[in-house]
Design a protein around this ligand. Structure first.
Ligand SMILES: Nc1nc2c([nH]c(=O)n2[C@@H]2O[C@H](COP(=O)(O)OP(=O)(O)OP(=O)(O)O)[C@@H](O)[C@H]2O)c(=O)[nH]1
Length: 331
């Protein structure tokens, strides 16, 4: 059954979906287990059935309000745990990740797959730059889950644990875009760039500022699975072997947005030159005011038409910053 408040996420054989009222009995059975509850900060023990009903209702309200996403982890139609992300009210663009897996499903890699998927989805789709998590000092299993996804330990703190009725030390972890890899395993370290002739490490990417009749510029959000997912950028992509920048841009605009552009409508505007993942990005930016068709995110990417003076409200790759300033002055 699909759910109108949250489109379920798939992580291999796991589905992450909004909790529903009918999950309450099973949720209660699984979390009312001392081995699970004792590791969780906010879960009382014993855990009452009424609390399961209240909790589920509150998670649905939070998803609708856009403040937290606590989801059921489901495998073969059965609830096997929960994973959640709460935005930090006092720290914009930060969120806190948490999860638990029912005892009988421990040791099957459910934690890293579910938590990794939610964390990567969140960085790609919510206005976030960093995700944090706390793990009870004695909970080595949970610390290993975070390390496997790519989180890095960055200190310790103390937290109240309701079930223990105590304030206990926790290890703190964090991850941003650079740490969270595209897959369930941490990214393999990038191979050291081989000694190459001068210029060989240039990455030529071509991009376009589409400007509509109201003077607004189109930004596209990098989708989950790509490096820098969640950042907003000018549509475009890599120039292929043997391609001219204009031909590459016409191809990318068709593939990504489904629009037809002719080379005559592409006006060279400026360029970005910036280090990028061990290489050096060189990115000509064209402006275009005429195209055929209506831009739509053909690769599932969100689009936004943005007034030049609002471009600063959108998190963009560092290479784009000088281009944004130029566009604001020009348009
Ligand atoms: N299109 C585009 N790419 C940008 C911008 N700023 C910026 O740093 N880049 C970087 O330039 C690179 C473009 O590569 P891409 O992955 O989008 O290229 P592509 O569409 O050919 O994708 P693919 O390699 O997945 O097929 C990325 O590393 C991207 O982060 C921008 O404003 N627009």
């Amino acid at each position: 059954m699909s759910d109108a408040i949250f489109a379920p996420l798939q992580a291999g054989d796991l589905t992450l979906r909004a909790l529903r009222a009918e999950d309450a009995a099973e949720l209660h059975r699984l979390v009312n287990d001392w081995e699970v509850a004792r590791m969780l900060a906010r879960v009382p023990f014993p855990y009452s059935r009424a609390l399961a009903d209240e909790w589920i209702a509150s998670t649905r309200a939070q998803i609708e309000a856009g403040t937290a996403w606590h989801l059921a982890i489901v495998r073969d139609e059965a609830l096997v745990g929960c994973v959640g992300l709460t935005t930090a009210r006092e720290r914009p663009r930060h969120a806190e990740l948490g999860y638990w897996v029912a005892r009988r499903h421990w040791g099957q890699g459910i934690g890293p797959r579910a938590a990794g998927r939610l964390a990567r989805w969140a960085l790609a789709n919510l206005d976030l730059d960093e995700i944090h998590a706390s793990v009870l000092e004695e909970n080595a299993r949970s610390a290993a889950v975070l390390a496997r996804i790519g989180f890095q330990e960055d200190g310790w703190a103390e937290q109240d644990f309701t079930a223990r009725n105590a304030r206990l030390p926790v290890r703190r972890f964090r991850a941003g875009r650079a740490e969270l890899s595209a897959g369930p395993e941490p990214a393999a370290p990038a191979p050291a760039p081989a000694a190459a002739p001068a210029g060989a490490s240039l990455l030529l990417v071509v991009a376009c500022g589409l400007v509509d009749a109201d003077g607004r510029v189109l930004l596209a959000r990098r989708p989950e699975g790509k490096p820098m997912a969640g950042l907003w950028e000018f549509p475009g992509g890599k120039v292929g072997p043997g391609e001219t920048p204009e031909a590459a841009l016409i191809r990318e605009l068709q593939e990504e947005l489904g629009i037809d552009v002719s080379a005559a409508c592409l006006a060279p505007f400026a360029f970005a030159s910036h280090p990028l993942e061990g290489r050096h990005l060189l990115m000509p930016l064209y402006l275009c005011r005429r195209w055929g068709g209506t831009p739509e995110g053909r690769e599932g990417q969100a689009l936004a038409w943005v007034r030049p003076n609002r471009l600063g409200d959108y998190a963009m790759p560092p290479a784009d910053k000088p281009l944004v300033a130029l566009l604001r002055d020009f348009l």
